[in-house]
Design a protein around this ligand. Structure first.
Ligand code: ADP
Ligand code: MG
Length: 254
């Protein structure tokens, strides 16, 4: 066992969820959940519809308030923080439907997401500095849109729009990136490219992904958590989870 101070720091999860519960009119959508995400880990949450997967992301990003439990991110308690402060603390979240500006170009969408360009005053006095342009170009290359910087966003394919939104999150350089069903509706080749993208961007950050596509999950997951009725049903490597009889019964068998 590595007992050096540095080793201890690295071993500490970036996100520690303990006893997390949310009750909607008495119905516990998330029920005493424990979940840990390590640094540089791609952690995938799977499970049947209604298991509470999206609600977990809503709780982490502050959109929904917990009834009980804690969400510790880098030692900070998120359950008491406002959504905007959670973003500033380093948590980026992509929703199922992309929220990009359809009438702006790829460049402009990315530029708008640069942290200094974000508040009203920042936008008013925002100067297109060399640093911003360099960052936009670097992110565009990562999300396979380097040649489409001046394309209006509404002309992008469904998959490209999803990548653009991931790029908008990358502009903020989040330490934890959360994605809800990122490959839904994507073509086979777009799925493969998205897997490549997620493998690449997890170097230096943690990624928490909800996904149903098992081929895709297999190609990205370091760890899989199976959620069922707001609780962890199983957890471990893709192989371990796939061969777990309980998981086959409630989810994979269908
Ligand atoms: P999943 O993403 O795993 O399909 P969800 O987290 O969206 O599941 O939903 C889990 C359960 O919680 C569902 O039964 C859903 O109807 C319920 N739920 C989610 N959000 C709310 C809410 N804001 N108010 C009431 N019920 C909700
Ligand atoms: Mg969902």
């Amino acid at each position: 066992m590595n007992t050096s101070p540095v080793g201890f720091q690295l071993a500490k999860p970036v996100l520690a969820i303990e006893g997390l519960t949310v009750s909607f009119d008495g119905f516990k959508a998330v029920n005493d959940l424990n979940l840990y995400v390590d640094r540089n880990e791609v952690h995938v949450v799977i499970g049947p519809n209604g298991a509470g997967k999206t609600t977990v992301l809503d709780l982490i990003c502050g959109k929904t308030r917990a009834t009980a439990g804690s969400i510790e991110f880098n030692g900070r308690e998120l359950t008491r923080m406002k959504e905007f402060d959670i973003v500033r603390a380093g948590v980026g979240r992509k929703f199922q439907n992309p929220s990009i500006y359809e009438n702006l170009t790829v460049f402009e969408n990315l530029e708008m997401s640069y942290p200094e360009g974000r508040n009203v005053f920042g936008a008013l006095f925002f100067k297109r500095s060399a640093a911003v342009v360099a960052r936009v170009q670097a992110v565009a290359a990562e999300i396979f849109l380097a040649d489409l910087l001046h394309q209006q966003a509404d002309l992008l394919s469904h998959g490209q729009k999803q990548w653009l939104e991931i790029g908008m999150l990358l502009m903020q350089d989040p330490e934890l990136l959360m994605l809800d069903e990122p490959v839904a509706g994507m073509s086979v080749s777009e799925r493969a490219q998205t897997a490549e993208l997620l493998n690449r961007i997890s170097e230096g950050r943690s990624v928490l992904v909800i996904e149903h596509d098992m081929e895709f999950v297999k190609s990205i997951a370091h760890k899989v958590t199976v959620l069922h009725q707001g609780k962890v049903l199983a957890e471990g490597s893709m192989e371990a989870v796939q061969s777990n009889p309980k998981v086959i019964e409630v989810y994979l068998g269908h």
